[in-house]
Ligand binder design. Structure first.
Ligand code: UGA
Length: 434
């Protein structure tokens, strides 16, 4: 079988690499010549642990190739996976322009029967429309079918999440499409859930929105814990022993970011409204998250009156550890607020500085280790729980900072550690150490 993957972002490239790793022959198509050249050298254009090695070894074995030449890639493909982005439009709906660009290229170039598999996160009903679109634009007399096969990988653990996925969801309208996808995924040896296309599209949104809901719920409980004198970490520990609740995605903090939860909550809410239904839980999830982002900076402003002239250490910029991705990272609006306040910002992140510098080329001082950020600072914020940041003992904060005041947005430290070190400590859902 000739497998082609359109788009070499997180979803497309990791899918291509993992399909080749289990022995398939894969061609990855992208429109960016620099990216294609890099990938041919075994260098991943995205930061993802383990991906370079996977690309290099499968490229050397001749199982994966990269090309700009979509005409030749698509013309004799058995299966084309569409893994391009579906960014958010201003009104919250998903922008499907890139999906349709690929659909057009397939329609104009395919010369044999082909299964088109949509991996991108798309609104319910899109697979039907993409199939109609391709069929009505076909240049050759071939049979085309579209299947939905949403992706559940997380950035930072994308390879493990794909090679050892919890499930493979296959949304099909025919036996033929099901058996092709079963053949593709047989070697992964994972549970395959077969549904119709609309249910598969909904599984993706419902899964992401449920995880986002869990985070917003726990953040609200954390906020209430602070008011009533409970400790969120003890509370979630106590909850997690109930298997119906589980222990995952119960970590309180300054809210979720990334390229998926913010976009997918808004897109499903938009889609529901467009269908005359209000998704109240998803609406609340979004509202809670917006508010949560600024929880600690509000506390800081309340404490000092103004942050003007304060030297502020910012530890962690990416939306989570293990990625250089800054999309919807809480650090971005928080740094903006700090700068508006007139604070002097010294920022550290192990991999995110290059991308952050594009957003804030001036006004922020970037340093290469957390201790340099803390030196002589009046207060510090933790926005991402990188190991490099978590491992700095609070005693070092006390030694290095002008005034050891820490606003910990990811609950990296214990209250007892703060007490012992003599650090003024504000976190999420725990007692303040003043
Ligand atoms: C998310 C989903 O977890 C994947 O299953 C899905 O495939 C992916 O979106 C996607 O749609 O492509 P990702 O955005 O990479 O993956 O990141 P997550 O690990 O889910 O984290 C998202 C955000 O939630 C981060 O900002 C993280 O800090 C935050 N989070 C996560 C919490 O605040 N608390 C938690 O307990 C867990």
């Amino acid at each position: 079988m000739k497998l082609v993957v359109a788009g070499t972002g997180y979803v497309g490239l990791v899918t291509g690499a993992c399909l080749s790793e289990v022995g398939h022959k894969v061609v990855c198509v992208d429109i960016d010549s620099n990216k294609v050249e890099m990938m041919k050298k075994g260098i991943s254009p995205i930061y993802e642990p383990g991906l370079d090695e996977l690309l290099m070894s499968n490229y050397e074995k001749g199982r994966i190739d990269f090309t700009l030449d979509y005409v030749n890639a698509y013309k004799d493909a058995d299966v084309v996976f569409i893994g391009v982005g579906t960014p958010e439009r201003e009104d919250g709906s998903a922008n499907l322009e890139y999906v349709y660009n690929v659909a057009k290229q397939i329609a104009e170039n395919i010369e044999k029967d082909c299964l088109v598999v949509v991996k991108s996160t798309v609104p319910i009903g899109t697979n039907d429309k993409v199939e109609d679109y391709i069929k009505s634009n076909l240049k050759n007399k071939v049979s085309i079918e579209v299947a939905s096969n949403p992706e559940f990988l997380s950035q930072g653990t994308a390879i493990k999440d794909t090679l050892h996925a919890s499930r493979i969801v296959v949304g099909v309208e025919s036996q033929r499409a099901e058996s092709i996808l079963r053949e593709v995924y047989e070697r992964f040896n994972q549970p395959i859930v077969v549904t119709n296309r609309r249910s598969a599209e909904m599984i993706k949104y419902a899964s992401n929105d449920f995880l986002a809901l869990k985070i917003s719920f726990v953040n609200e409980i954390a906020n209430l814990c602070e008011i009533v004198g409970a400790n969120i970490e003890d509370v979630t520990k106590g909850m997690s022993y109930d298997e119906r609740i589980g222990s995952k995605f119960l970590k309180a903090g300054i809210g979720y970011g990334g390229s998926c939860f913010p976009k997918d909550t808004k897109a499903l809410h938009w889609l529901a409204s467009d269908n005359g239904y209000e998704l109240k839980t998803v609406k609340a999830t979004i509202e809670v998250n917006e508010n949560q982002k600024f929880k600690l900076i509000r506390k800081a402003i309340q404490k000092y009156g103004t942050l003007k002239g304060k030297k502020v250490a910012v530890l962690g910029l990416t939306f989570k550890p293990g990625t250089d991705d800054l999309r919807e990272a809480p650090s971005i609006p928080n740094v903006r607020r700090l700068l508006e306040e007139g604070a002097e910002v010294i920022a550290y992140d192990p991999v995110g500085i290059k991308n952050f510098r594009r957003i804030y080329p001036s006004g922020v001082n970037y340093v290469e280790n957390p201790e340099d950020a803390l030196r002589d600072a009046d207060l510090a914020f933790i926005f991402t729980e990188w190991e490099e940041i978590k491992k700095v003992n609070l005693l070092r904060y006390k030694e290095l900072m002008n005034k050891a005041v820490l606003f910990d947005g990811r609950n990296c430290h214990d209250i007892s550690e703060a007490l012992t070190a003599g650090v003024e400590y504000y976190s999420i859902g725990k007692k303040e150490i003043v």
